[in-house]
Design a protein around this ligand. Structure first.
Ligand SMILES: C[S@@+](CC[C@H](N)C(=O)[O-])C[C@H]1O[C@@H](n2cnc3c(N)ncnc32)[C@H](O)[C@@H]1O
Length: 202
C-alpha cells in the first residue's frame, strides 16, 4: 500500500504493526521526521515530494489519501493531477481510497464564518473563514489569544463535491467501485457529512 500525505503515520503505523507492507509520501520532511521518531517509524519507507507527482517507485494494489488531504491541493488542476499520478502507480485492478468531507455551505453566512473554537480562563481560539464559491476555496485563520499574545494558524482548502471527484477519477481511468459514509462501510446518503470512496483502475 501507498499512503499519500502520510504525515506522522497516524494511519500507516498501525497498518505496518498489523503486518501490512505500507510506504508513504509527504511534502514535509519535518512531518516525516516526526513519523521517524515514533515507535516503528523507521520501518516505513517515505519519499519526500508533492502528491500530484506521486513520487514513489513501483506499483501498488492500494493507494490511499485520507483526512480530507486531497482538498489541500488548492486547484482543480492539481487535484486532477493527483488522480492521474495515482492511476500511473496502481496495479491493474488496484484501488485508490480517499476520505473527504461533503461540503456544507450552510456553515457560511454571506461567505464568512466566525466561531469560538475554545474558550478558557487562559486562552481563546477563534476560527475566522472566508469562502470563495467560484474557486470552491475556504481560507481560514485559527487565531489563538493566550498569555504569550496572539498566534495565527492559516489553513486553506479547495473542496469538491463527490460528483466532481468521480469525474476527475474517470479522466484518470479510475471508476467508482464503492462509496461509504465511514470506515465501517455504513451507507452513504445525502445526509452524510463525509465519505470514504473507493476507485478502481480498469
Ligand atoms: C492533515 S495531514 C494528514 C496526515 C495523515 N495522512 C493523517 O491522516 O493523519 C496532511 C499532510 O499532507 C501533507 N501535504 C500537504 N500538501 C501536500 C502535497 N502537496 N504533497 C504531499 N503532501 C502534502 C502535509 O505535510 C501533512 O503531512
Amino acid at each position: 500500500m501507498l499512503e499519500l500525505a502520510i504525515g506522522t503515520g497516524r494511519v500507516a503505523l498501525p497498518l505496518a504493526a498489523h503486518g501490512v507492507a505500507v510506504e508513504g509520501t509527504d511534502a514535509s520532511a519535518a512531518m516525516t521526521e516526526r513519523l521517524r521518531a515514533k515507535p516503528g517509524g523507521d520501518s516505513i519507507p517515505v519519499t519526500t515530494g508533492d502528491m500530484t507527482q506521486v513520487p514513489a517507485s513501483g506499483r501498488f494494489g492500494l493507494v490511499y489519501l485520507v483526512f480530507n488531504s486531497l482538498f489541500g491541493l488548492l486547484s482543480q488542476e492539481r487535484q486532477a493531477q493527483c488522480f492521474a499520478g495515482v492511476a500511473r502507480v496502481l496495479d491493474p485492478g488496484g484501488v485508490f481510497v480517499i476520505e473527504c468531507f461533503v461540503p456544507d455551505l450552510a456553515r457560511f453566512d454571506h461567505d464568512q464564518r466566525v466561531q469560538a473554537r475554545s474558550v478558557s480562563e487562559d486562552a481563546a481560539v477563534i476560527e475566522v473563514s472566508r469562502h470563495d464559491r467560484v474557486r470552491q476555496r475556504v481560507d481560514t485563520q485559527m487565531i489563538t489569544f493566550d498569555g504569550q499574545g496572539m498566534h495565527l494558524r492559516p489553513v486553506a482548502i479547495r473542496y469538491c463535491w463527490p460528483a466532481e471527484l468521480d469525474l476527475m477519477a474517470g479522466q484518470a481511468g479510475l471508476q467508482l467501485a464503492g462509496r461509504y459514509a465511514g470506515w465501517d462501510r455504513s451507507p452513504f446518503t445525502s445526509a452524510s457529512g463525509s465519505h470514504v470512496s473507493v476507485y478502481q483502475r480498469a
